[in-house]
Design a protein around this ligand. Structure first.
Ligand SMILES: Nc1ncnc2c1ncn2[C@@H]1O[C@H](COP(=O)(O)OP(=O)(O)O)[C@@H](O)[C@H]1O
Ligand SMILES: [Mg+2]
Length: 290
């Protein structure tokens, strides 16, 4: 079996290279020949890709270049994860739509009305209405973001306005702050409809965000039945083969889904739990393709 590991064309990062190396070595263990391909090495054109895709049985799509993902699918290539799933995960507003549609518990969320580059948001009525429902502090998240870097906590309307002004024309959501979960959550790793392992993440410097990249500490964690059901329902709703699901502690510890990562950065999970997710991902690919 032969596959492509498709990675971003421009990002140069040892942190990501490490993940690609884990995936490649896991593929070898499953007798899968996995070739690392930067997105720029493939023509971004359905007609030009038609012949090229004959070289591969599947692609492990480790980028957010959903245009290429869709083009590859149009040529009949099986992607792990699918273009639609990656697209929905990569946009926090779309994620909320899919999870709410499926009845998966999420923090109450309001998306910002669309604006365009060069057109300032000069009417904060929508944010005032959301704030009335959500109370303070509230969470603001850019629609695209990772490692906690585009997630903010606003303690009053002045804060809300200055955060929105900083975000500019990029889309964002306003979300209820789940205070019980401040500074901690559970990263639940799911492959092929099963929870493989989980990690409790706790911030160490009082930050409300628990991301390991921001200094959070991870340790192995055993999910309870409710957390397991919520994480699996979230993956199902998003149509994911595998994912890292961030689960918050709601009222009385009840699970609330914070976000779903289609390309989970699983190094911190390996460090905390000793479980190498890439082995499960490659086994799943083999199972699906038979
Ligand atoms: N609504 C919320 N209530 C409480 N904490 C939150 C909320 N949303 C995010 N967080 C915290 O911020 C972290 C980063 O948010 P997340 O949506 O996972 O963005 P990213 O994709 O950047 O990791 C979460 O892991 C969690 O600790
Ligand atoms: Mg996260």
């Amino acid at each position: 079996m032969k596959g492509w590991l498709i990675v971003n064309n421009f990002m140069k990062s040892a942190k990501f290279d490490e993940i690609y190396a884990y995936l490649k070595s896991a593929a070898e263990k499953e007798q899968i020949q996995l070739e690392i391909l930067k997105t720029g090495a493939l023509p971004h054109s359905v007609n030009a890709l038609k012949e090229r895709v004959q070289e591969a049985d599947f692609a492990l799509f480790w980028d957010k270049d959903v245009v290429l993902a869709r083009q590859l699918e149009a040529c009949g290539l099986r992607l792990f994860n699918s273009a639609a799933a990656i697209e929905k995960c990569d946009n926090t507003a779309f994620t909320a739509v899919e999870l709410e549609r499926a009845g998966v518990p999420v923090p109450e969320t309001y998306a910002a009305p669309l604006t365009f580059e060069g057109i300032r948001i000069d009417d904060f009525g929508f944010a005032e209405e959301a704030a009335e429902k959500l109370g303070f502090p509230l969470v603001i998240k850019e629609n695209a973001g990772s490692f906690g870097k585009q997630v903010y906590l606003a303690s009053d309307m002045d804060d809300v306005k200055s955060i929105i002004e900083k975000i500019g024309h990029k889309g964002f959501i306003l979300q209820r702050f789940i205070a019980e979960s401040s500074g901690r959550d559970v990263r639940v790793n799911v492959v092929g409809g099963k929870v493989i392992c989980a990690m409790l993440r706790e911030s160490t410097d009082g930050d409300f965000r628990s991301n390991v990249t921001l200094g959070g500490h991870g340790k192995a964690y055993t999910v309870n039945k409710e957390q397991e059901a919520a994480a699996l329902a979230a993956c199902d709703a998003m149509g994911l083969d595998f994912a890292g699901v961030d689960v918050l502690f709601g009222d009385g510890g009840k699970p609330v889904i914070c976000e779903v990562n289609s390309n989970p950065h699983f190094k911190s999970t390996i460090d905390a739990t000793g479980t190498d997710l890439s082995l499960y991902i490659m086994k799943h690919v083999k199972n699906v393709l038979g």
